[in-house]
Design a protein around this ligand. Structure first.
Ligand code: 87F
Length: 483
């Protein structure tokens, strides 16, 4: 490797300086650009293309469930935002306001949407009359603004981010309960697994960590290589907490007025950052094939005499690769070695090297980004082989991440053990009383550890004490240091 090629790459190791490594990976792969507004990043075409793939998958899944897309205003009048006061209370320092138009002060300040429950439900009350108007299932793809004061991290914690927010209303609690779970498991968790190759911890949030406007919140959570947990996405059952203040009533089949039951659920660009942190390595980005904007790159080895013939054959190889996105890197100003490094930095799952000798032998050399493995393949088999390898890479990334997750989980049933394991960076499963007070104290005592969630497939605990306060515990919760 030449000196120039070395500089081109990542200069720190993932496990030596995780923060610096991540910053280099996302910039050198041309995913993001920083701006002069702290916490606001540019999604460059390479990361926006990843978002479009996630969008397409989620959009298809929710439309299959009868959800329709719509778009509501960016500005939320103050009186609407505070109508259900409990849900904004803890968040109010993060709300960004528009107060002026030019030099004229507005009569009512307008919030830049941090989430759209209030503005959407203000319309819903005009649309819901009878049980025949239900269920109402609306989603919007948009950006939201939350003026965080914690240190921003591209994708994970930015002041503006992209997401979808689904907002549904039902005649019965049962339908709403079923939908909240269905979205979490069959839309979100499957997107995390099938597209992003991310294994999760799914479950119900604690009283402290649930959305204040919800009866309960379900979540899919991830564990990162720096031993920190992070919430991937959430699905909330709002019960009638919003339908009462917003007066969302319908006439039921017995001519009786009833308040609707509601859910809201969101999935954001944060998940892209999580996948990058989990899968990438010392050579740069590693992308699961399902979200990779370019799945295979062909690098022709060009010599003066054979250049034209090799390029012609390389173009044929591109054509023979069906149903995947292929890029032919025919730039003549860069040497092959430089190109290898560049496409490794950009996380392209497969590299196909093709030179005059390969042309003679009617073969090509395929290199896997995830393992570095080199495979010689006959050109007549290349379409089948490339498609197989992409599937293998997708599986391998998931399996590797799952192994790490499993090896990070530990159990504790007394306070001493619990604190030791948390300190050692474990994701600790422990009996918990699920009270806000206990979790507040726990958070302080552990330097910021939080409950993650409690698994769905739980066994009722009997005569078990909370690992932290010794009061009765009914359920096991996961705990970890978190974002
Ligand atoms: C910040 C300022 C004001 C989060 C906020 O999770 C309000 C809020 O309500 C706020 N930050 N939240 C919770 C959002 C809940 C819910 N909304 C729909 C979701 C998923 C999508």
């Amino acid at each position: 490797m030449t000196k120039k090629e070395k500089q081109q790459g990542i200069t720190v190791k993932k496990f030596d300086d995780f923060g610096e490594w991540y910053t280099q990976v996302i910039q050198k792969a041309e995913l993001i650009e920083y701006t002069d507004v702290s916490g606001c990043i540019v999604f460059r075409p390479y990361s926006y293309a990843i978002w479009e793939k996630l969008q397409a998958n989620i959009d298809k899944l929710i439309k299959n469930r009868g959800v329709q897309n719509a778009y509501f205003p960016l500005f939320i009048p103050e009186k609407l935002l505070v109508k259900e006061s409990e849900h904004v209370e803890g968040f109010s320092p993060e709300v960004a306001w528009v107060t002026h138009a030019g030099n004229t002060k507005l009569t009512e300040r307008l919030a830049i949407r941090p989430t759209s429950e209030t503005i959407m439900y203000d319309s819903y009350k005009k649309w819901i009359r009878s049980h025949r108007d239900l269920p109402l299932k609306i989603n919007q793809w948009c950006s939201v603004v939350r003026w965080e004061f914690k240190h921003p991290i591209p994708f994970l914690r930015t002041r503006e981010f992209l997401w979808q927010e689904g907002h549904t209303a039902f005649a019965t609690k049962k339908e709403a309960d079923e939908e909240a779970m269905d979205i979490l498991v069959n839309v979100y968790n499957s997107t995390l697994k099938d597209m992003l190759a991310l294994p999760t911890i799914i479950g119900t949030k604690s009283e402290k960590e649930k959305f204040a406007g919800a009866e309960y919140s379900l979540s899919a959570e991830l564990f990162l290589p720096n031993n920190k947990a992070i919430q991937g996405c959430t699905s909330h059952h709002l019960s009638q907490n919003f339908s009462k203040p917003f007066n969302l009533q319908f006439i039921d089949e017995n001519e009786k007025k009833q308040f609707v039951y509601q859910n809201s659920w969101g999935f954001s660009t944060r998940t892209i950052g999580i996948a990058i942190m989990v899968h990438s390595d010392d050579k740069g980005l590693v992308l699961p094939p399902k979200i990779a904007p370019i799945q295979a790159v062909i690098i022709p080895i060009l010599f003066d005499k054979t250049k034209n013939a090799v390029l012609k054959e390389a173009k044929k190889v591109v054509q023979s690769l069906k149903g995947i996105s292929v890029h032919l890197d025919d730039r003549e100003e860069y040497r092959p070695g430089w190109k290898y490094n560049e496409w490794e930095l950009k996380g392209v799952p497969l590299r196909v090297e093709f030179g005059p000798k390969d042309m003679e032998k009617k073969q090509a050399m395929i290199v896997r980004r995830d393992t570095g493995e080199k495979i010689v393949v006959k050109l007549k088999d290349i379409n089948k082989k490339v498609n197989e390898l992409l599937e293998k890479i997708q599986d391998n990334l998931y399996t590797k991440a799952k192994k790490f997750l499993n090896s990070s989980i530990d159990k504790a049933d007394n306070k001493k053990d619990f604190l030791t394991k948390l300190k050692a960076g474990k994701l600790v499963l422990a009996p918990f009383c699920n009270t806000v007070d206990c979790e507040d104290i726990l958070k302080d005592a552990t330097g910021g550890a939080k409950s993650i969630n409690t698994p769905f497939d739980k066994k009722e605990l009997k005569n078990t004490k909370c690992v932290f306060c010794n009061k009765p515990a009914k359920e096991l919760y996961y705990f970890a240091k978190s974002y």
